[in-house]
Design a protein around this ligand. Structure first.
Ligand code: SAH
Ligand code: SF4
Ligand code: F3S
Length: 470
């Protein structure tokens, strides 16, 4: 396959990422696969030879965005062809998996559709697309090559992807688990990502060591159901997430460990205990509950009730008293009454969340929820979302305000908008703005928090505090 343009320049790829952190990780890995083929990263589509849209299918709005973006990419392709050049358009991610054939029909300019389990096959798909394009161009036709790979291959993509390169400013994602067998009735993930799969423990540990060697001091373990992790260990035993966290904490240079996203059903005793035992495990947990109503939790097939969630929260806070919680909520699931919604508001009041994501229920084709009676009208969903977000917003502000006056370790990640300003994260995932030397990016520095806002805090770096070097 040609990797160098006729004018001698290297090829460039632009990757746009939608959706969750799994997709952010996957986008980095696609860049890793393409790099040996000669592809450098382009900052914008108009400077790229290959555009990859790494898509999300979770809500209708997310999927529809992809088609409008594809329309823009088609226009760019037409302009390019007029100049006698090419633009290869690839659709990856969960929309690719769920709507592969439909994408090619709705937007014929698409060259490649590749599902999340087939990224290691990108080189072959690109070669095939180039061949097809050459044939189509000879016939003066515009359409894309239309190469499709949405199989769930028998071989794991993890065994075929090159070593990760992407450590940004001391922080790295590490995917340890993929797929989901839970089949919540609202959710497309079991269909787009396939069955649950845990990477072997030794593979995870060696990737973590590589990330640390590449400058990571914070590692976020990723999985659609990360706490369902049950990876094979070298001695043939099975490691839980708690066991894995203990082992990762022993790697020298790992200052912070996070994991996301968890399911309440899989918060076992050892994992809860780990929050009190492993100092590197941050005192912050994203634990989606979706609803506070037992009736709705059951209809959602969440396989736990409100009490289990409240009990887990109590036990977590006993293990780690400064633990802050975040969650996901869906309002307007089919059949949700005012009373059910009040139960959700009551649960939020009772727990107190440091941050949260909340969504109107979106009817996803092929999921059991989409076929349920008693769909909730849009206006009701909007009113409930508004009320819930007002409460969650108050709680986030109160949480940020509660940290004002404290001196906390901040991992600085990037320059701020104002010259001389840096942006970093506290252990509780709050954004902190502080003036500081850009050389501090990628290290953990003590900062005194001086002002709290809805989504961030202002801080002052404590002079003389030593950074944990990246
Ligand atoms: N595995 C995680 C969630 C993954 S999806 C868990 O089990 O909680 C991320 C979030 O998107 C979900 O927590 C849910 O709040 C939201 N979501 C998923 N499907 C949705 C739908 N059909 N409509 C609205 N929100 C949805
Ligand atoms: Fe979706 Fe439920 Fe699986 Fe989470 S646990 S990914 S919400 S099916
Ligand atoms: Fe979206 Fe797929 Fe993640 S549907 S939320 S990108 S797993």
């Amino acid at each position: 396959m040609t990797t160098v343009r006729s004018n001698g320049q290297r090829k460039r790829v632009f990757i746009r990422t939608y959706g969750c952190q799994m997709n952010v990780y996957d986008s980095d890995r696609m860049a890793d696969v393409l790099r040996p083929l000669g592809y450098a990263l382009a900052p914008a589509p108009d400077q790229a030879d290959l555009v990859v849209l790494n898509t999300c299918h979770i809500r209708e709005h997310a999927s529809e965005k992809v088609y409008s973006e594809l329309g823009r990419m088609r226009d760019l392709k037409v302009e390019r062809r007029a100049e006698g050049r090419d633009l290869t358009i690839a659709v990856a991610g969960c929309v690719a998996q769920a709507e592969g054939e439909e994408i090619a029909k709705r937007q014929p300019a698409v060259d490649i559709v590749v599902g999340p389990q087939a990224y290691h096959r990108l080189p072959q798909l690109l070669a095939e697309a180039e061949r097809k394009t050459a044939i189509l161009k000879a016939g003066k036709r515009l359409p894309g090559a239309g190469v499709l790979d949405t199989d769930f291959p028998a071989e794991s993509k993890f065994d075929h992807l090159p070593a990760p390169q992407g450590v940004r400013a001391g922080s790295a994602f590490l995917s340890i688990q993929e797929g989901c067998d839970k089949f919540c009735t609202f959710c497309v993930v079991p269909y787009t990502r396939g069955a649950e799969y845990s990477r072997p423990a030794a593979k995870v540990l060696s990737e973590a060591r590589q990330l640390v060697a590449a400058g990571a001091i914070e590692i976020t373990l990723l999985g659609q159901n990360v706490n369902a992790y049950h990876g094979e260990a070298e001695d043939g035993s099975t490691w839980s997430l708690a066991r894995l966290i203990h082992a990762l904490a022993e790697i020298e240079g790992v200052a912070r460990l996070r994991y996301t996203t968890s399911h309440p059903r899989d918060m076992d005793d050892d994992l809860i205990a780990a929050h009190g035992e492993v100092p590197q495990l941050v005192p912050y947990l994203h634990l989606p509950v979706q609803s506070g109503s037992d009736r709705i939790l059951e209809a959602m097939n969440r396989r736990h009730g409100r009490d289990l969630f409240l009990d887990i929260v109590d036990r977590l806070r006993t293990a780690r008293p400064d633990l802050a919680l975040s969650s996901d909520f869906i309002v307007g699931f089919p059949g949700e009454s005012d009373r059910d919604f009040d139960d959700t508001m009551g649960l939020v009041e009772q727990v107190g969340f440091a941050s949260a994501f909340s969504f109107k229920y979106s009817r996803r084709p092929g999921t059991p929820g989409a076929a349920m009676d008693d769909q909730v009208p849009e206006t009701v969903k909007s009113a409930r979302l508004h009320a819930l977000q007002a409460l969650l917003g108050d709680q986030a502000r109160a949480f940020n305000a509660s940290k004002v006056g404290q001196t906390v370790p901040v991992l600085f990640a990037e320059p701020g908008r104002r010259p001389g300003q840096l942006i970093g994260k506290t252990p509780w995932l709050q954004s902190v703005y502080a003036d500081g030397d850009p050389r501090l990016i990628g290290s953990i520095v003590e900062a005194r928090l001086v002002e709290g806002h809805a989504n961030s805090l202002a801080g002052e770096i404590v002079t003389g505090s030593y950074g944990v070097a990246a």
